[in-house]
Design a binder for this molecule. Structure first.
Ligand SMILES: O=C(O)COP(=O)(O)O
Ligand SMILES: [Mg+2]
Length: 231
């Protein structure tokens, strides 16, 4: 029997609706029907992709916080610490800036290894301060992430593949931004949705014609049943 290939899917810009914010509901059935490991690889804090898997009714296999936290469904790996990002935030605040999130900042509340800053905040001083602390700022198009240059989503995916027991050469990835480049570098087949940023488009094996979840659903249709032969 031919199986489906393992998947590594980004969330924002990749599983979301083209016209507005939030997941496109069509993705739930597609993920649930998938006959191979599905890894949600995101820059979002750990609980978000766990909840996505939970409500989609699929095993919880997540690479969160751009690789800082990996949950294989059995074991949690936290491979970065947050002290550096905290120090950057302190200096950024001392310079008169802030995180920029409204309400109780649920974006960062459960984040364990990095800090996300709203994109309305000034980027240059954040970059300068992060640089002075040996950290980087990546702009996903949804937030500025203050993080260690490693681990990356790709590193997290390697941990996942090793523990779940699939081959990354068989894995298909879809993403939309610079934080997906490391994913694209470690998988067998990579696709950037048409709304992807320059870095993701350049790194992907193929840039799709369709945007957001329409692009992702088109990939799923195309690669379904193209995994390894199984007994
Ligand atoms: O958290 C972000 O900024 C983007 O999230 P994503 O990696 O799922 O697209
Ligand atoms: Mg994204």
């Amino acid at each position: 029997m031919t199986a489906d290939p393992p998947l590594a899917l980004d969330v924002d810009g990749t599983l979301t609706r083209p016209d507005s914010w939030g997941l496109d509901p069509r993705i739930f059935d597609a993920l649930r029907a998938w006959d191979a490991p599905v890894v949600i690889a995101t820059g979002k804090a750990f609980p978000y992709p766990v909840a996505l898997c939970h409500f989609a009714g699929i095993p919880e296999r997540v690479v969160a916080e751009n690789g800082g936290v990996v949950y294989t469904g059995e074991e949690i790996f936290v491979t970065a610490d947050r002290d550096g990002a905290r120090a950057v935030l302190e200096d950024y605040r001392a310079a008169g800036y802030g995180l920029g999130w409204k309400g109780a900042d649920t974006i960062n509340r459960w984040r364990e290894t990095e800090i996300a800053v709203a994109r309305e905040q000034p980027l240059e001083p954040l970059r300068e301060i992060a640089d002075a602390h040996g950290l980087e700022v990546i702009d996903t198009g949804y937030a500025y992430h203050v993080k260690d240059p490693t681990p990356t989503k790709g590193d997290g995916l390697e941990t996942m593949a090793e523990h779940v027991g699939f081959d990354l050469a068989d894995c298909v990835a879809v993403g939309d931004s610079i934080n997906d480049v490391s994913t694209f570098e470690v998988v067998g087949r990579s696709f950037a949705v048409s709304n992807a940023d320059e870095a993701a488009q350049a790194a992907a094996d193929e840039v799709l014609e369709a945007a957001h979840v329409d692009g992702t659903l088109a990939v799923l249709e195309r690669v379904q049943g193209t995994g390894l032969e199984r007994e």
